[in-house]
Design a protein around this ligand. Structure first.
Ligand code: NAD
Length: 483
């Protein structure tokens, strides 16, 4: 299969926070890979901006180092030298007035102008205000803002209001890198480009849905930062909410940014409040010489969750009575992200003597080894009567798509190219983010008001025992966490 790379329009991209971790690990290597793929016109300009005093040459050296490390290229790769030609640097403290004039002089008429805010959210307002105050951004410019987008409804609203003073919603690209993952987009293709699943995609045929995002790492070096957030803010409000929306939403009338986002918003608004008995929080314990969450967070009294499992109900016609179980955590048994849709058992079995058919299950793996697995019943081969056995129809996208499948663009690559194209489908709209916080806030507040302690769990386990009970109570079981 030959991949079609459609070059984007000539652009000037300014990266605020260009000396930071995200720029080094994701943004610059991602741009380099798109350049190598032939998607970036050679006339385009990428301007780094941060507080460090540096000239263009020093920034190129720094960028080269990051790209060699994170895009795994050799220092003497001729394409690297070509790419570095696109780069420039303007020192700017975004809280001050210096440097903006120089930045403005680098922007070319006629090119797409995009500004990537890869800095702490507390600086978004300073940048937005100065970009417009200095006449650098206009009605055609785009801004890209990183997560976290607020830490509750009030702060998200305030952030939206600040950006709205200088930019229209159609200019704002709020990143949730999960939406840039190939398999996440595939959720829409699977649902809306096949006739097979959609007729069954409702409470009549789906027993329940499980969404799991499991990590093996702890909070390690960023413990004190993480401790102010926790799994609900860090994973559920954004990434898992997006996955839930893509699974649960109605078909949009068209694959159009606002049509898709309208449908996602309807799902969020239909979420019922989570009952206290439907949520389990956990903290990983110390094990051997490995510190536990409390030591990692440097806060012996912390009640912040490194694990959460919850039962979520969607109050609409399609999903009434079909629970969605969400769980995510650190230091679990394996690193995996998957969505499992368990269908109902056949209403009647004609195979009385040989075991009732088991429910079909469709598992969509986001990582690792992106792919799909559909469990179906067949006859066990061989003589001896009609015995049933459940077998997987297993597809790895890498195998199915050959080389192209194993070399899929990283989420950031895809999302940055979408910004240049002006396509907002895979970015969160302001009202969507606010609706997600409006649902999450009471869950967080109820916990803060309670006196309960998080349930301990062993590192390398599947999470706290209590989370198993959340499922057993409903006569269901979590899928095994494995990579
Ligand atoms: P970082 O601390 O490594 O880098 C911050 C950058 O901002 C640096 O270049 C710094 O020089 C610049 N900066 C700070 N104050 C400035 C000022 N007053 N004027 C100009 N520049 C200033 O942070 P990061 O990890 O690169 O994260 C950047 C953003 O991306 C944050 O919003 C973060 O939440 C988000 N994010 C990061 C990651 C990641 O993997 N690193 C993942 C998801 C989201």
């Amino acid at each position: 299969m030959v991949s079609r790379v459609i070059p984007v329009d000539d652009f000037d991209l300014v990266i605020f926070g260009a000396t930071g971790d995200l720029a080094h690990r994701k943004i610059l290597p991602g741009l380099f890979r798109r350049f190598v793929a032939g998607q970036i016109p050679e006339t385009s300009r990428i301007v780094g901006a941060a507080r460090t005093q540096m000239d263009d040459g020093q920034f190129r050296d720094e960028a080269a180092k990051a790209i060699c490390e994170f895009a795994k290229v050799k220092k003497n790769d001729p394409r690297l030298a070509q790419f570095l030609e696109l780069l420039g640097y303007t020192p700017i403290d975004v809280k001050g007035e210096g440097g903006w004039k120089e930045l403005k002089s680098r922007m070319r008429d006629g090119a797409v102008h995009a500004f990537y805010f890869s800095v702490a959210p507390s600086l978004f307002g300073d940048i937005a205000e100065r970009l417009s105050g200095h006449g650098i951004a206009d009605d055609n410019s785009r801004i890209v803002v990183e997560k976290p987008f607020g830490r509750d409804l009030a702060s998200a609203k305030a952030l939206n209001a600040t950006l709205a003073q200088h930019f229209h919603e159609s200019q704002i690209y709020r990143i949730d890198h999960y939406l840039g993952k190939e398999t996440v987009q595939n959720l829409m293709a699977v649902r809306f480009a096949n006739v097979l699943f959609e007729p069954l995609w409702n409470a009549q045929y789906v027993d329940h849905v499980q969404i799991t995002v499991a990590e093996t790492v702890g909070v390690g070096g960023r413990g004190s930062y993480y401790d102010k957030s926790g799994a609900i803010r860090d994973m559920v409000q954004n990434h898992m909410m997006q996955l839930l929306c893509l699974i649960a939403m109605e078909p949009p009338y068209h694959f159009d940014p606002d049509a898709v986002r309208d449908e996602k918003l309807k799902v969020i608004r239909a979420l019922e409040p989570v009952l206290p008995e439907d949520i389990v929080r956990g903290q990983y314990q110390a094990s051997g010489d490995q510190p536990g969450y409390l030591e990692d967070a440097e806060n012996p009294d912390s009640r912040t969750e490194s694990y959460v499992a919850m039962k979520v109900r969607i109050s609409n016609w399609r999903w009434q009575g079909t629970p969605f179980y969400l769980r995510t955590g650190k230091k679990l048994r394996a690193r995996t992200s998957e969505i499992a849709i368990t269908f109902k058992e056949p209403p009647h079995s004609i195979f009385d003597d040989t075991g009732a058919p088991k429910a079909n299950e469709l598992v969509i793996r986001l990582q690792p080894n992106e792919g799909m697995n559909l469990k179906v019943m067949i006859k066990e081969p061989g003589p001896g009567g009609m015995r049933l056995v459940q077998v997987p129809l297993d597809m790895s996208f890498a195998d199915a798509l050959g080389a192209e499948g194993s070399d899929m663009p990283d989420a950031y690559e895809r999302l940055i190219m979408d910004v240049i194209r002006g396509n907002q489908t895979l970015f969160m709209r302001g009202d969507e983010v606010e609706a997600a916080w409006a649902w999450t806030d009471p869950i967080i507040e109820a916990w803060e008001d309670s006196k309960r302690a998080p349930e301990p769990y062993d590192p390398g386990s599947s999470g706290p025992e209590e989370a198993l009970r959340l499922m057993h109570r409903d006569n269901r079981r979590w899928r095994e966490i494995r990579s």
